[in-house]
Design a protein around this ligand. Structure first.
Ligand code: SF4
Length: 322
């Protein structure tokens, strides 16, 4: 019998536009749909400015939506009643890209981690509060002596561990990891990713992992979504996407992944031009100005999402007749 997966977060035709200047509208997220299943990691990749961070933030209600819906456990994230909002804010957390700016330098580590514990009344006594803080510090590879120190006393990797402990201390179910390793030294990145994998197994967490490092996305994700100029152009199981990328943009992105073999031949696809402005996107397929496979209809008609193999979706006219 086929295993039935539980949808934790369902994103349906989500749009997030920003007004920039007098009449310009920046379409950061432009009709994006996907589901995230309980216990999985969905990796979201794309060049900077593609809308992946805005998408993650809109999914957890940090930004209001322009159109469409985000359902968390069936509830509309942007229309929660105050009581539902409180429990949503506890169950859903975010780890930010920059561990230098996302932690208050005037607070001790204990105060940073304790804030969420206090807001959500998770400790009955001072001792219990302290025990929870120690527990999560140790869980992320720090120790209780770190609790009374200030953020400037820590390295970048340690600060990100504090950010993760802060998120975990309120016992969330779903965490948006917004480029959690991109500000860190390469030598530290793998440690943080391995910590996140380990915590997911221990605590049954669900992740949306926003990143541009494809090797890390491959390592951590069960499924991958590829964004270009506010659109999700391809998504599916990680093994299918990496083995058989379908969209010309995905192929170009993946062709740039370094191979750990000096004799291996790199067939790198170099994209022409730079990413167009989301305030003035190309007509038809938004990728047509950079696509080597561009056909006449690509300039006029926006392609629709199509399921090419079970669970593997692509948005490209090359697959219209498949
Ligand atoms: Fe390229 Fe056309 Fe496919 Fe867009 S729809 S990715 S332009 S082939």
């Amino acid at each position: 019998m086929k295993e039935q997966k539980e949808v934790l977060l369902s994103v349906q035709h989500l749009k997030k536009y920003f007004h920039v200047g007098k009449n310009a509208i920046l379409k950061a997220v432009d009709d994006v749909s996907f589901d995230i299943y309980k216990g999985e990691t969905l990796g979201m990749v794309g060049e900077s400015g593609c809308g992946k961070t805005t998408c993650g933030r809109t999914c957890i209600g940090l930004y209001d939506r322009t159109d469409g819906k985000v359902l968390y456990k069936g509830q509309d994230v942007h229309a929660l009643e105050p009581k539902e909002k409180r429990s949503f804010k506890k169950e859903v957390q975010m780890v930010f890209q920059d561990p230098y700016n996302s932690l208050d330098p005037r607070m001790t580590v204990a105060e940073i981690i304790g804030e969420g514990i206090d807001i959500h009344h998770l400790a009955k006594t001072k001792q219990e509060r302290q025990d929870i803080i120690y527990k999560y510090l140790e869980l992320v590879g720090l120790n209780r002596e770190h609790a009374n120190r200030f953020v400037h006393e820590f390295s970048g990797g340690q600060r990100q561990r504090i950010g993760i402990a802060r998120a975990l201390a309120v016992q969330p179910e779903f965490i948006v990891l917004d480029e959690p390793i991109s500000a860190l030294d390469v030598s530290i990145q793998a440690q943080i990713v391995n910590l996140l994998v380990d915590l997911q197994k221990k605590m049954g967490l669900t992740y949306l992992f926003v990143a541009h490092d494809l090797s890390m996305v491959k390592h951590i994700s069960d499924r991958v979504g590829v964004m270009y100029l506010g659109n999700l152009v391809e998504y599916g199981d990680t093994k299918d996407i990496f083995k058989n990328p379908l969209h010309p943009y995905t192929k170009a992105l993946f062709s740039a992944i370094p191979v750990p073999d000096p004799d291996a031949k790199m067939n790198r696809i170099v994209l022409e031009g730079s990413i167009p402005s989301p305030a003035n996107p190309p007509s038809g397929c938004k990728f047509h100005t950079r696509c080597a496979n561009c056909m006449a209809k690509c300039k006029e008609v926006a392609p629709q999402q199509k399921e090419i193999e079970p669970g593997h979706y692509v948005v490209c006219h090359l697959y219209d007749d498949v």
